[in-house]
Design a protein around this ligand. Sequence first.
Ligand code: CDP
Length: 230
Amino acid sequence: MNKTAQNTIPVIAVDGPSASGKGTVAQLVADKLGFGYLDSGALYRVVAFATKQNGIDWHNAEAVAACARKLDIQFKNEQIYLNNTDISELIRTEEMSKGASQVAVHAPLRAALIDLQHKFRQAPGLVADGRDMGTVIFPDAELKIFLTASTETRAERRYKQLLGKGLPANYANILLDLQERDARDKGRASAPLVMAADAILLETDNLTIAEAVNTVLQNFEHKKLNKNCK
Ligand code: CDP
């Protein structure tokens, strides 16, 4: 498909900080609409994982980007493969969360991942979740949602999530880690975490997942109706 045709495919951009629930909400919205789903954070996690395996320092912008350009990353049936090996679980550790947020500050790496992300824009539509979906990767997205919650709510969610998986969890450490990652995501020069001017703010402290999903779906319907009337 040529670029012009691809740019008419609807995108719903769901951005926000860590543990705001955007991954869960974005995936459910994609399922409801029969759209594809892009978990852009997983790409930064894969890069953190692969560079660590290759002994590359996460602070070395050029070396990290050069490694990323060579990676064969595939998403198949909700699993992520690196060079044909399923690494879905290996990239979800707290170490890789930290690593992803560290490599994500590098502009050359972010540039290296742009085309790969654009390829996810396939008919009938895409729900893309991350930090810069509405601001940098899909600035023409039909609907932009900025999903957030207080740091305490997000830390509590992450804490319960880890306990639910039978993993060790310490609330104070999780809170500190979220604050560090928020500061890094918001403070970086390249594609910082910021709400797009035309995004809709969705605070999820007092919303269930189903309520957040319905709000996104209603806003999408609303946008479509408005477009038809123009
Ligand atoms: O699960 P969580 O929300 O904590 O993280 P994630 O969405 O898997 O993303 C991991 C890290 O990648 C984040 O802390 C961000 O620093 C970075 N990231 C980014 O810079 N840009 C994106 N579009 C997505 C993630």
